[in-house]
Design a protein around this ligand. Sequence first.
Ligand SMILES: Cc1cc2nc3c(=O)[nH]c(=O)nc-3n(C[C@H](O)[C@H](O)[C@H](O)COP(=O)(O)OP(=O)(O)OC[C@H]3O[C@@H](n4cnc5c(N)ncnc54)[C@H](O)[C@@H]3O)c2cc1C
Length: 379
Amino acid sequence: MNALSNTFDVAIIGGGVIGLGVARALAQRGVRDVLIVERSSLGAEASSAAAGMLAPQAEADTADDFFQLCCQSRDLYPAFAQSLYAETGIDIELETSGTLYLAFTEEDERELVKRYEWQTRAGLEVEQLSASTAKLLEPCISERVCAGLRFPLDTQVENRRLISALATANEALGVNVLTGVSVDSLNIKRNRVTGIETSRGFVACEKVVIAGGAWTSQVINEALPNPRIEPVRGQMVSFEATPQITRHVIYSPRGYVVPRRDGRLLAGSTTEHAGFDKRVTAAGVQSIVTSALEISASIARLPLTSTWAGLRPRAADGLPVLGPCAEIAGVFYATGHYRNGILLTPITAELLVRAIVDEEVSPPLQIFLPDRFQLVTVS
Ligand SMILES: Cc1cc2nc3c(=O)[nH]c(=O)nc-3n(C[C@H](O)[C@H](O)[C@H](O)COP(=O)(O)OP(=O)(O)OC[C@H]3O[C@@H](n4cnc5c(N)ncnc54)[C@H](O)[C@@H]3O)c2cc1C
């Protein structure tokens, strides 16, 4: 089929986990002609750079709407992983060992106590650990640990396997994919989208989902609200740990380590405003290695096997941008997932399908709608 000559029901800009997740959910709901347009290859950007942690409790200071959305998505993961396995035979390696959060200073400890207190008051599952219990759980933990928390429900997935599983599921469902093709702009006539202009020509479609990650704002024109998505660089380091030295994902306030079944131990990360520059720097690697060694001195003897960086998509207010655009019919946003796009993949897919197919803006979507941003003004 010459994909470009068809008229699509839905065209999705971007083939990261978000675009792939939304495409699969649309096809599963019976939307026939879905097209993903990806400038590079599927999952090539932030989605493959990520650490794969599904850890809303470990990172949160309040039970706000964003926290609720994150927990809801985390809780969808067991069924999501199971159905992806049934559809594709690919195991996305959802771990259930939980996440540890460690304190190494008095200030860290005060932070942990606050987190423990608000989460127990809110009825969330969290366990307080003494230094010796933490070390009993994970003997690799440094002698300098003062205290810890265990979040039994916070987990992780192997995000690169998640990309493969979603891509395979989409193929089986008949989703059309164009890689190596970029979308330049949306074609809008009388307040309705009619298609997209791509590097290979015009593609007609009824609806468009903008899932361009850190590059989202480059396809947004003056007719559309602009969440001013900026790229926030995160660098990562990988060690070879065979046998693996920890079962849990382990955080400190300064970094984290993530064990993978294939013997890699990932360590992250940095938070940098470096434009679209994805290069790894000496200072970035140094800060990640320092935080990893604080967690476990045993890491010092592990071979450092690779480094990489990715660009997290951050909207101006730091929150995801999800759902229909009120100004232009047929335009939907699924972007701005910043640090939590892997975690938020299942709930994003579910909410977007409800918005696109059922035309329902469900309550969790209300505060994440794109219309909280101004239209771009042209002078
Ligand atoms: C170091 C690091 C660690 C992270 N760790 C975690 C974690 O532990 N847990 C978690 O939940 N999240 C984590 N994240 C965040 C997560 O990776 C992102 O939120 C998520 O991948 C965003 O997915 P996406 O599909 O929106 O973006 P991307 O994966 O960046 O995909 C967007 C795609 O759109 C394509 N595109 C853009 N513009 C166009 C265009 N005009 N035409 C065609 N294609 C286009 C791009 O090529 C890209 O492939 C981490 C991120 C980084 C960098």
